[in-house]
Ligand binder design. Structure first.
Ligand SMILES: Cc1cc2nc3c(=O)[nH]c(=O)nc-3n(C[C@H](O)[C@H](O)[C@H](O)COP(=O)(O)OP(=O)(O)OC[C@H]3O[C@@H](n4cnc5c(N)ncnc54)[C@H](O)[C@@H]3O)c2cc1C
Ligand code: SF4
Length: 441
């Protein structure tokens, strides 16, 4: 029989919890649990560092024809992982401390309609987050004239554009436009702050620590198995919380003999761009405002991935203005080890067409010519949905297919695609999971 992993601190027996992943879900759980449990955070990637290379240099490589596939980003900037689904859709996620939050565009939107509909009330958790995270709208002063014009046109079209709430220390922001490469000025908030807080409270944070599977015996989790690196081997735990993201968590569960549902959503993104001399959008805060439509949203967003790798994007970076369409896609496909199966359904394609028509109309109204409008590369970076919560689990947040001491705390639990930035909602849900774990400890 294996010895109990609990650790004795003073006279109190403290249970040991392993949290897998340090992104939106994982860092939140680690911060909440540390103290009540002795937490070890296991993160596959390294300590995050922003991409500091001059983007003009990368543009030069592009012009020389040396950038030919999105997966080259994995070499240039390893904290951003790019993979292609079987349908060739480009999938993006962050690997390293802070997970994908380090490469996000800082949008902090509450998006819990679907969770509320099944009886999960996160009001208290969102309230707490609003006190813990700097969220500001104070970025309009940085908007370029063109963005103000596009905003005005959206208003005239009755599209009700709204400035995006941003997780940022605004006084430090230089509006450089490089959020997706990591912020060099420490202006953008990401979950490394929660991770550091957990560590200051006594948690252990391991990097280069890829969890291969959860070790289960007789319906009970004994710990996790780490593949490769200096942490390789079995790590015992009383409790395991998986927050390895919408791609990572189902892969670990599958490796542990627990099949998820083939209901993957990814929030596909397609950018519609236009030639606009002197636009300067590549050096502007990304997604400064959002237009919400039924099952898709539109926001100004300079799509560096398309700019570097898509041949349609042939104008200089400074002369392109781009609008992102982000879909709430239908659940289908899944993760099989490192392979991702995901394609658009007919309904998704119809929605995307609707978004393209609308953005083309916006461009026409700001004076862009039809023959200078072009599309970007279909990509996605909000995976989840493969172990969706239902009404039955609204009180426990625990899927019955999991052992009692194994929990999930990321977008894998979302019943539906949000078609919207999910970080804030993932963190609120992770807080709720943590509170239940503390109450049951
Ligand atoms: C370019 C981009 C911009 C975005 N901008 C926004 C935005 O502005 N606002 C917003 O709300 N959302 C945004 N998102 C989405 C958001 O960042 C993610 O949906 C969110 O971070 C997911 O949180 P998570 O905890 O589920 O996973 P992640 O934050 O991805 O964290 C998972 C972590 O687990 C680690 N991991 C994976 N597998 C293993 C394993 N086997 N063992 C150990 N560790 C593992 C990963 O390395 C990663 O660090 C953006 C996404 C992208 C790609
Ligand atoms: S625009 Fe630049 S300075 Fe501002 S948060 Fe993003 S990366 Fe940081």
């Amino acid at each position: 029989m294996l010895p109990s992993p609990s650790v004795v601190r003073g006279q109190v027996d403290v249970k040991k919890a392993v949290v897998v992943g340090s992104g939106a879900g994982g860092a939140t759980v680690a911060k909440e649990l540390q103290g009540k449990f002795q937490v070890t955070v296991m993160e596959e990637g390294k300590s995050f560092r922003p991409f500091t290379v001059d983007l003009l240099l990368v543009e030069k490589l592009k012009n020389l024809g040396l950038l030919f596939d999105e997966s080259m980003i994995n070499v240039l900037f390893p904290a951003m992982r790019i993979r292609k689904a079987d349908s060739r859709m480009v999938m993006v996620n962050g690997v390293g401390t802070g997970g994908t939050t380090t490469i996000c565009t800082a949008n902090a939107l509450r998006q819990d309609r679907e969770l509320k509909a099944i009886g999960v009330n996160l009001d208290e958790d969102f309230d707490e987050l609003s006190r813990e995270i700097p969220i500001s709208y104070d970025h309009q002063k940085h908007w370029h004239e063109n963005t103000r014009r596009v905003f005005q046109v959206c208003e005239e079209m009755g599209l009700n554009p709204v400035a995006s709430p941003k997780m940022a220390y605004r006084n430090r922001c230089a509006a450089c436009g490089r959020c997706i490469f990591g912020c060099r000025r420490g202006a953008k908030w990401d979950t490394r702050e929660f991770l550091e807080l957990a560590v200051r409270r006594g948690a252990e944070s391991l990097q280069g620590c890829r969890v291969k599977r959860v070790v289960i015996n007789d319906g009970e989790v004994l710990g996790v198995e780490v593949s490769g690196g200096r942490h390789r081997g079995f790590h015992p735990a009383d409790l395991v919380v998986l927050a390895a993201g919408g791609f990572g968590t189902p892969a670990i569960l599958r490796g542990s003999g627990i099949e998820c549902e083939k209901r993957l959503f990814v929030d596909p993104v397609l950018c519609v761009a236009a030639r606009w001399d002197g636009a300067g959008q590549d050096k502007e805060i990304p997604m400064p405002f959002i237009v919400q439509r039924e099952r898709f949203m539109i926001a100004p967003y300079f799509d560096f991935l398309s700019f570097f790798f898509n041949r349609n994007w042939s104008y200089p970076a400074g002369n392109i203005y781009s609008l992102m369409i982000k879909l709430a896609d239908s659940p289908n496909g899944g993760v099989e080890g490192r392979r991702i199966r995901k394609s658009l359904t007919e309904a998704d394609t119809a929605l995307l067409d609707e978004g393209v028509s609308l953005t083309r109309e916006i461009f026409r109204r700001v004076g862009r010519k039809d023959d200078e409008i072009f599309l970007g590369t279909l990509n996605a970076g909000h995976p989840g949905g493969m172990l969706p919560l239902t009404e039955k689990e609204s009180a426990t947040l625990h899927n019955p297919s999991l052992p009692e001491n194994l929990y999930v705390a990321d977008a894998t639990l979302f019943p539906e695609s949000l078609g919207n930035p999910p970080i804030l909602t993932i963190m609120a849900l992770a807080k709720r999971v943590s509170k239940l774990l503390i109450a049951n400890a």
